[in-house]
Design a protein around this ligand. Structure first.
Ligand code: FE2
Length: 397
């Protein structure tokens, strides 16, 4: 009987998803865990408290969720929404506005019954001007040749302990845009982090495509977007296509914001070393000029697998040397990061004219913004501090 059910499920999954790797891998999981769900992950349509969405994969045909701020699940029980592209096997539930710094108790009902009771901790208030976030990139889930999964597991276990308000990944979280099995590797190896934290993705060349866009939740059109936290505006851009459309949208974002801090992130870096060093040169006169004209504070990328923190850069002043100070005033410069240290194979670090600090090895950066001060600490895989700095915003009111 059990075998028959599994065979029927396998056929249905193969037809509905058109991807044998997906169904085979999923059914292997189902046999071991009769109570789904699996690959629980969190995203948001607006910010860390509004539009927060939980997504999971299960064997159920009509999944639901019950939740509350206590173990009695007092808020209620709600039907989950199946994802169109995954038929009935990938489910979403979007929470109403959440209470900051609280614990959500929840359980998910799928085909086999209710899951174990689970916990999710909400972020600081989105109006708070004192918050933290972690930035990293290039987990490269499923890249067996370079042990990326074990490296990603190591780094995800390290960064979840930081317990930041949210996490920003600047692309290449998996190795191939066409293979769901790689997302399974990414979710499994990073489970403790992914099941417990909201991650904002800026898509990279390796995973940008249908699967990435259809199993995650992000603000805006999910390809490029912005969101606010406290006195900071975060802008995510896409370095794979649609540069002109994004440029107009970027100008609009920069012209209209009144936020004290502006942080922009995307995958391909403007300032890096090695084979990727010229990939964004065509966009210096548009995107980067906008960063300089409107005083973007922090620019973050991935792609090159080593750490680079730039000197203050302002191409309105010079293309060959740094300016004296970081800051958003005319004549001050952007702090640019290459942050590809969460799992992909390391590449050699070297100090070009624009680099204030370079490092070859796994790494992540923890940022704290507190009113008009921004502080960051960069740690290696051993938890060793490799770079650190504090800056003040130009608006000292
Ligand atoms: Fe990349």
């Amino acid at each position: 009987m059990r075998l028959s059910i599994i065979l029927i499920l396998n056929i249905v999954l193969s037809i509905s998803q058109g991807c044998n790797k997906t169904s085979e891998t999923y059914l292997k999981e189902s046999e071991n865990k009769t109570i789904s769900p699996i690959y629980i992950h969190w995203g948001t349509k607006y910010n860390t408290l509004r539009g927060v969405t939980i997504t999971w994969l299960s064997s159920g045909s009509e999944d639901s969720i019950k939740w509350g701020y206590s173990e009695s699940f007092e808020i209620g029980k709600y039907a989950a929404k199946p994802r169109g592209d995954y038929k009935k096997y990938l489910y979403d539930y979007t929470f109403p506005q959440l209470t900051p710094l609280s614990q959500i108790y929840y359980a998910i009902k799928s085909g086999m019954g209710w899951s174990k009771n689970r916990l999710f901790k909400t972020s600081s208030d989105t109006s708070s001007e004192n918050f933290s976030f972690i930035a990293g990139s290039d987990c490269h889930g499923g890249d067996d040749d370079h042990n990326s999964d074990s490296r990603w597991k190591l780094m995800s276990e390290l960064i979840v302990k930081e317990n930041s308000d949210f996490y920003l990944f600047t692309g290449d979280v998996v190795d191939d845009n066409d293979d769901w099995a790689l997302w399974e590797s990414y979710y499994k190896s990073g489970q403790n982090l992914i099941e417990n934290k909201i991650i904002f993705y800026g898509w990279g060349n390796h995973e940008y495509g249908h699967i990435a866009l259809h199993n995650t939740t992000l603000p805006g059109n999910e390809k490029w977007y912005s969101f606010s936290q406290g006195n900071a505006l975060f802008i995510s851009l896409l370095t794979e296509e649609d540069f002109d459309i994004q440029y107009q949208w970027l100008l609009d974002q920069l012209r209209t914001t009144e936020k004290e801090w502006i942080i922009v992130y995307f995958h391909r870096p403007f300032f890096t070393r090695g084979s990727h060093k010229d990939e964004m040169n065509d966009h210096r006169s548009t995107w980067w000029k906008a960063f300089d004209d409107y005083g973007v504070d922090i620019v973050m990328s991935g792609h090159t697998h080593s750490y680079i923190r730039s000197k203050p850069l302002n191409l309105n002043v010079s293309h060959t040397s740094a300016v004296e100070e970081y800051g958003s005033n005319p004549g001050q410069g952007r702090m640019s990061f290459v942050l590809a240290g969460l799992g992909g194979k390391n590449s050699r670090a070297s100090k070009d004219w624009f680099a204030a600090k370079a490092y070859s090895g796994l790494h992540y950066v923890k940022f704290n913004i507190n009113d008009n001060q921004l502080h960051f600490d960069t740690y290696s895989q051993g938890g060793i501090l490799i770079d650190s700095l504090s800056i003040r915003s130009g608006n000292l009111d």
